[in-house]
Design a protein around this ligand. Sequence first.
Ligand SMILES: *Cc1c(COP(=O)(O)O)cnc(C)c1O
Length: 354
Amino acid sequence: MQNPDNRSALEVARRSYRDISLYAPDRAPCRIDLSDNTSLFGVPPHALAALRAASEFSVTRYPSVYSGDLKTVIAEYIGVLPENVVTGCGSDDVLDSAIRAFGEPGDTLATANPSFAMVPLFARMNGLSVAEIRLTENQDVDARGFLGANADIIYLCSPNNPTGNAASPDSVATVIAGFDGVVILDEAYAEFTDRSFAREAATLPRLLVVRTLSKAFGLAGLRIGYGIGDPGLIREVEKSRGPYKVSSAAEQAAVRALSEDRDWVRRMVEEVRGNRGRFIDELRRIGLNPLSSDSNFVLVPVRNASQVARDMRERGVAVRPFPALARIGDAIRVSVGPWDMMQDALNALEFALA
Ligand SMILES: *Cc1c(COP(=O)(O)O)cnc(C)c1O
């Protein structure tokens, strides 16, 4: 037998984890942080009031097992029933739980390229392999590519991160109609566009729409996500998720936000849409060719994105570089906030390109 002292952590860990590294984005503080698409408009007022009052309720006891109060307001917000809703510690948790619930080790998950970078990681952490289906020339979902991939789970993201555009409803509907496994549709940026499949998900047997309070609702630090689907599908995700995943304080704040801060969020979304259009116009004016966006960020192809991001950071503006994206090449992703921040981003970008 091998000397027990000689076995490294790598040897005792799951084999499939050996080529997985820790998620390590550049989180160094920066004057203006436009790097992660979280809200740049502060905490919604009623959510903030709930957080301030949080010390007044008991934190010595566990929170509700599956966040019943939160499910009720989410159901009302979307227009479905509470049994159509599962919550989680961020939508990352819902995605991870769903992949574990519907994928056996050795199964294949199909995702677009480029798309949300966490999903291939969650797939591999659950023992699945990943098939990447390139987006079409105009950054749409390649429905035929997905249906021909022989996958067990299909992950779609609309509006898509990092390209910013929504998929055409036709392509999404074609994938849903033609696939006999579970389709996970990530709508983290749904509030910034008019198209959503969330209500439909409650009427279909194998569509799970995943949403979050981390983006439009400005509560990324509280870690609240949710999924919408058929009650049977939702129960399987809930088994995989396990109990007590949303803290009491987070649940209270989210309930207030979803019931009383909706107008606040709507006004903020209007401002983002206005600034997004203006930012894209300004980028074109300086000779760039940004992608059109249905979200709260804009993808801007630039040469040598990592260097551009470093130079912009020197001017106090953090953006996320994406080197060598399929079909697009190097690009930076810029979150959209109040206009003064976008003006600073433009100035920093012009400095970086000079
Ligand atoms: C930001 C983002 C999420 C959100 O994750 P949370 O865990 O809810 O904070 C999920 N999916 C996509 C595509 C995102 O961009």
